[in-house]
Ligand binder design. Structure first.
Ligand code: NAD
Length: 487
């Protein structure tokens, strides 16, 4: 038997020996395929120390912002060169389709180019200060060591959303990928040395939430936590951030509505609804898991969905013709099936699917007879399960869409242009897609309303989350004033 490949962490610019290893499982075969370091407090402390050292001294803080930007461009070119190789590793590790991971990886350089370009446009202001004779200005400075914590569904894409702006702003990072999909991140960080980044600017730790994860978020030298993951993890991280008075941004889950009006192009809408819930086997934060459909087209539209989703090819995610891959973990596979069973007990009917496939597969599932108060309509499933709810008019549709604790995304399908503007105002979601779904860009702010998160990634404002403002006052005359009164 050949030994499984070992992936190692990079700390202070060097690959480090692991204290212990755990196995990473290929979700398609359900067999272990790689070994990953199982880090504890000692490894986390070393990674944070390396990031702190690189933030405070040496080449990184001495770089001009333009030079920082150039490093990000160089990294972008290297990512482009290695995109297909990294995508293959990621697909093997998390079971996501190779056509999707490859597209994500080939697009990834743009994040580093966009934020590399912003690095030397971070400007303070000279204030028209109201104190005669004084001068005051602001400086926008990096925060320090950022802990970047990632989930398993799109490891490198979601990492780029954090790394590109945090590095452009001049911070350093300790990355903790998911215990279910660490391999692509550990390969990816090797590119930083090749791009010419000083040692210690980007470091990794791996392992489990209750050891490596908790140690990292509670470490006193971590100044900011940038977290993407589930609600429970997000709340725990927010508590840790409160204890340490750390800055925090959270990208969490959702229960996003796809609203289909009878006046929409129903073929395009069916395509968008299928893409929204069955792409990546529903394991995306923006999964359009609630379909709100105008009652008069309900049956015809559900038939279209069943027909379209029925054509989907389940299979090996590394095969380019596969359209639906496995669920990433055994626990998540069980959870998805539990959700379906519970929905049936609540009175929902499967118009298609509802059963497990082989291994960790779940067949595309469309549940009708759902009401918005059922658990299947309220909780994130993170699997290929669509809950269908009919509505009678626009007011009811928008009210149902907003009747959720979440607010990550929404889809609106209509040919009524005035309704588009009403929807743009009424729908409570960080991203609204109209007659399209699941489009993202480095320049388009992304994040949640309500319980879907705090803060935004992507777009120019993303860099603000990695900066702090210093106000500098100077009295050029150094005048002596009354020491007991405020100036
Ligand atoms: P998860 O919360 O279980 O884990 C995410 C990461 O956080 C992992 O690295 C984990 O080890 C770590 N972690 C969890 N609890 C922690 C704690 N108490 N302290 C420190 N670290 C901790 O999430 P997951 O199951 O890997 O990912 C799926 C979830 O992520 C879904 O809810 C999905 O909606 C969400 N998600 C959100 C976005 C977004 O941009 N809004 C994108 C992708 C996924």
């Amino acid at each position: 038997m050949t030994a499984l490949p070992i992936f190692r962490n990079t700390v202070g610019g060097r690959e480090v020996e692991a204290p212990a290893l755990f196995e990473s499982i290929n979700p398609y075969t359900t067999q272990p395929w790689a070994q990953i370091p199982d880090d504890g407090a000692e490894q986390v402390d070393a990674a944070v120390a390396a990031a702190k050292h690189a933030f405070q001294s040496g080449a990184w803080p001495a770089l001009t912002p333009s030079a920082r930007g150039r490093l990000l461009y160089r990294l972008a070119d290297l990512i482009a060169e290695h995109a297909d190789r990294l995508a293959a590793i990621e697909t093997r590790d998390n079971g996501k389709l190779i056509v999707e991971t490859r597209a994500q990886l080939r697009y990834l350089p743009e994040w580093f180019r966009y934020f590399g370009g912003l690095a030397d446009k971070i400007e303070g202001r000279v204030l028209p200060i109201d104190k005669p004779g004084m001068v005051a200005w602001t400086r926008r400075e990096p925060i320090g060591v950022v802990a970047a914590i990632l989930p398993w569904n799109s490891p490198l894409q979601l990492l780029a959303w954090k790394l590109a702006p945090l590095l452009a702003a001049g911070n350093t990072a300790v990355i903790k990928p998911s215990e279910h999909a660490s391999a692509s991140t550990l390969e990816f960080v090797k590119l930083f040395a090749e791009a010419g980044f000083p040692a210690g600017v980007v470091n990794t730790v791996t392992g489990f939430a209750d050891r490596a994860g908790q140690r990292l978020v509670s470490h006193p030298d971590v100044a900011k936590i940038a977290f993407t993951g589930g609600e429970a993890g997000g709340i725990a991280v927010y508590h840790a951030a409160a204890e340490g008075l750390k800055r925090v941004t959270l990208e969490l889950g959702g229960k996003s509505a796809q609203i289909v009006f009878a006046d929409a192009d129903l073929d395009a809408a069916a395509n968008g609804v299928v893409a929204g819930i069955f792409a990546a086997s529903g394991q995306t934060c923006v999964a359009g898991s609630r379909l709100l459909v105008e009652r008069k087209v309900h049956d015809a539209f559900v038939s279209k969905l069943v027909e379209l989703a029925g054509l989907a090819r389940l299979g090996d995610p590394s095969d380019e013709t596969t359209q639906i891959g496995p669920i990433t973990t055994a626990a998540q596979h069980r959870r998805v099936l539990d959700h379906i069973a519970h929905a049936r007990q609540d009175g929902a009917t499967a118009a298609m699917g509802g059963e497990p496939g082989q291994g960790w597969f779940v067949r595309p599932t469309i549940l009708t007879g759902v009401t918005n108060t059922m658990r299947i309509a309220r909780e994130e499933v993170f699997g290929p399960v669509l809950a269908v709810i009919p509505f009678d008019d626009e007011a009811e549709a928008f009210a149902l869409a907003n009747d959720t604790p979440y607010g990550l995304a929404a889809g609106l399908w209509t040919s009524d242009t005035v309704r588009v503007f009403r929807g743009a105002e009424a729908l409570q979601a960080g991203t609204l897609w109209i007659n399209t779904y699941r489009a993202v860009s480095y320049m388009a702010p992304f994040g949640g309303y309500k319980r879907s998160g705090i803060g935004r990634e992507n777009g120019q404002e993303a860099i603000d989350a990695y900066l702090q403002t210093k106000t500098v006052w100077i009295d050029p005359m150094a005048r002596v004033a009354n020491p007991f009164a405020i100036r």
